[in-house]
Design a protein around this ligand. Structure first.
Ligand code: FE2
Ligand code: FE2
Length: 289
């Protein structure tokens, strides 16, 4: 008999996990480290809005896709990203009760990134090129999330050592699904023949956006954090410097591969991390209807 929820790479499966995270994780959940926690808190805001862009950009081209297999993968991709958005937003109340002004940051970031910046690109390049660029930014950020997932799940790097177990559960699930659907948007981009210039431009824009909006949120949350002093921050950074160096050394070569004309996300040998994760963590999931 077929095992339920068995991962089938290249066919993203929609899951509705129950992590019971609300009011149920420590303030400095990232191994007690304030700086790393506030960077991740910034991503709890940046990800859901980014995922709305990912879905929107794939939907622009959904009707042009005729291959039933790719159509089904797009459906799975949209379902998974919708769940990611919901699960990250589900912890916003808890973060706010811990003094992290996530909604205030979300209001500024959403307007700046998706009205001012995206709106300007749309005006300058026109509708057709804008849509292709939006998809190429999605593909680039999907390569980031799959690469981040790979290093975060790597048992040797053990990046989440000392993390609050409940928060780790959320991050591991998101990571595993990012690996599971890593090539969907890219295959849509291939089908519409965006070309190398647009593909690479998406990587440049996506890198800037992730670093800039990730950093602004982290700095805001750290500056507003009443439980730490400014003078504590260098020690907090120094504590995670060896891990950061290891993660960057692992990630940068994988990220730059994206610029190769023959790059495809399926070349990244990380499927086994997702497969193992889903095999071991069935307890969190009930099959979505
Ligand atoms: Fe996601
Ligand atoms: Fe994704």
């Amino acid at each position: 008999m077929a095992k339920e929820n068995v991962i089938q790479m290249n066919m993203p499966q929609v899951r509705r996990p129950e992590f019971g995270l609300e009011q149920n994780f420590t303030k400095y959940y990232a191994d007690g480290n304030a700086v790393l926690t506030q960077i991740l808190n910034s991503l709890h805001v940046v990800f859901p809005e980014g995922e709305k862009l990912f879905i929107r950009s794939v939907k622009y081209f959904q009707d042009e896709i005729k291959d039933p297999q790719l159509k089904a993968r797009i459906k799975g991709f949209i379902g998974q990203e919708t769940q990611h958005m919901a699960q990250h937003e589900k912890i916003w109340d808890t973060l706010e009760s811990q003094g992290v002004n996530v909604r205030e940051y979300d209001a500024w970031y959403s307007k700046n990134a998706y009205e001012t910046v995206e709106g300007t690109i749309r005006k300058i390049f026109g509708e057709e090129t804008y849509k292709k660029l939006a998809l190429s930014v999605t593909c680039a950020l999907e390569h980031y999330t799959a690469t981040l997932a790979e290093v975060a799940m790597d048992p040797e790097l053990n990046a989440m050592q000392g993390f609050d177990e409940n928060m780790k559960a959320l991050l591991m699930w998101h990571a595993a699904e990012e690996i599971e659907h890593k090539s969907v948007a890219f295959d849509v981009m291939k089908q519409i023949n965006s070309g190398e210039v647009i593909k690479n431009a998406g990587m440049v824009i996506g890198t800037w956006a992730l670093l800039w909006y990730g950093a602004v949120g982290a700095v805001k949350f750290l500056a507003e954090d009443k439980d730490i002093k400014l003078t504590d921050i260098p020690a907090s950074i120094a504590e995670k410097a060896p891990l950061t160096a290891k993660l960057l050394a692992a990630m940068v070569p994988k990220l730059v591969q994206y610029f190769r004309p023959d790059f495809h996300p399926d070349q990244m040998n990380n499927d086994y991390l997702a497969t193992e994760y889903f095999d071991k963590n069935q307890k969190f999931f009930q099959k979505a209807g």
